[in-house]
Design a protein around this ligand. Structure first.
Ligand code: FAD
Length: 401
């Protein structure tokens, strides 16, 4: 008798932790597990801002997947998924190969939402993947080199659109990273402009007033120009245009205004709601028994009106429950409903400051920054124990491909 085939699409937070959980839950020979991901590394999405600003080594952000999994229990396939044939139970890959499945998990993450703002898709940079973030870093260096030739100040103007959590984290990293990069490339730092553009009246508008004031103060102290209450209308390779015909000459727009589910899943014959795959309480795609979905590409309703947000915290809590439910389905046992417990959120403002809330405690300053490091270290510890934390900090750097 052939073994049941479990196929996991995406080795982000959701997919990778599900495969690690399955390694523990499945008995020897009970099922074949295949994990498929575009690249052979797992990137720490929550830290991609550091790759963009050059404040972390590549090895700290992009971790080799074969080194994170138990290859005797999980078969890793480096490949890009193109479609899934739900009727035939087959995954089709861009390289032309086909992978059959009995149980499927779709954990393909997010895409950046440009909200149709003209020129953003063509000209702006995204903090989406390791590669897209590394492109920001390479572009900064390129602008430095070109500035030495033409002395065009727009080359030294770096704009972040979106003052939510990701936007303020990017601003903090730029404020940390640019002085060092300027020194290395012989660029006068006093000529650098870091500009934040936010349509709402303040940055992190969804946060309590004290957190907003603190964040504004920290960013302004770091010489970041905050332009709030103004929508960005257009982006060209040489400038951005805001409401009231305000132009900011710049060659670098980092777009951080929101995300949507990975659009690749839209034409697979799956139910789609609000651009995502709706799942039931047990994380199964609605009306399907053998297809599961978690993380940013899925839509989990926490009550009748509200869906869970697209966060690593949600994906990481869903993953072990999803693994248990895949195994329960395979064994004909009862599935467990997923319950989300919000633990809080912390956004860094560079290495030495952060803002957020954990439980009932409002965090800021150095202590907030310390807590942010603890949260990131905890994830690494769960993924690969103390050895991974040591390796990530002291290992040899390698440029992922
Ligand atoms: P992802 O982590 O995006 O993983 C998807 C995987 O699928 C990737 O490995 C990708 O390469 C792969 N993939 C995609 N398409 C294909 C394909 N066609 N074929 C094969 N593989 C494919 N959340 C928090 O909770 N706390 C934070 O502090 C926080 N900070 C953030 C900071 C930044 C800068 C960003 C961008 C996000 C942050 N988030 C945070 C959100 C969090 O990172 C996401 O919610 C999380 O990554 C979602 O996990 P996922 O497993 O659904 O998808």
């Amino acid at each position: 008798m052939t073994r049941p085939k479990i196929v996991i699409l995406g080795a982000g937070y959701g997919g990778l932790i599900t495969s690690k959980s399955l390694e523990k839950l499945l008995k020897s020979g009970e099922a074949d597990v295949t994990l498929i991901n575009k690249h052979d590394y797992h990137y720490l999405t929550t830290q991609l801002i550091k790759t963009g600003a050059g404040t972390a080594a590549d090895r700290q952000i992009a971790l080799s997947i074969p080194e994170l999994i138990n290859s005797s229990k999980t078969h890793f396939l480096k490949a890009a998924v193109s479609t899934v044939d739900i009727k035939k139970q087959e995954v089709h890959l861009e390289d032309g190969n086909t992978v059959p499945y009995d149980y499927l998990l779709i954990a393909l993450g997010f895409e950046v939402d440009t909200f149709g703002v003209p020129g953003v898709k063509e000209n702006a940079f995204e903090i989406r993947s390791f590669r897209s973030s590394k492109a920001i870093y390479h572009h900064i260096i390129k602008q430095f080199n070109l500035y030495k030739e033409d002395h065009d100040p727009s080359r030294l103007t770096f704009v972040v659109a979106g003052g939510g959590f990701t936007g303020i984290e990017m601003l903090g990293e730029l404020a940390d990273g640019l002085p060092k990069l300027c020194k290395q490339h012989d660029i006068p730092f006093e000529k650098i402009r870091i500009v934040a553009v936010e349509a709402a009246p303040s940055v992190i508008p969804f946060f309590p007033k004290q957190s907003i004031l603190y964040t504004t103060l920290v960013l302004e102290k770091r010489n970041i120009e905050l332009i709030t209450g103004r929508k960005m209308l257009e982006c060209t390779p040489e400038k951005i245009r805001l409401e009231n015909n305000i132009d900011i000459p710049t060659r670098t727009l980092i777009w951080s205004c929101g995300v949507k589910g990975n659009t690749i899943v839209q034409n697979w014959g799956l139910p789609i709601e609000k651009g995502k795959i709706p799942v039931d309480a047990c994380l199964r795609v609605k009306n399907m028994k053998n297809v599961f979905s978690i993380g940013d590409c899925s839509l989990f309703m926490k009550d009748e009106k509200n869906a869970l947000p697209p966060t690593a915290q949600v994906a990481l809590q869903q993953a072990p429950v999803c693994a248990k439910n895949i195994v329960a389905t395979l064994r004909g046992e009862t599935l467990k409903p997923f319950e989300y417990h919000h633990k809080g959120s912390v956004a860094s403002l560079g290495l030495m400051a952060a803002v957020g809330k954990v439980g009932n405690f409002r965090l800021s300053g150095l202590f907030g920054a310390f807590m942010k490091q603890v949260i990131e270290a905890r994830y690494l510890f769960n993924l690969g124990g103390p050895a991974l934390i040591i390796k990530q900090h002291f290992g040899v750097s390698r440029e992922p491909v």
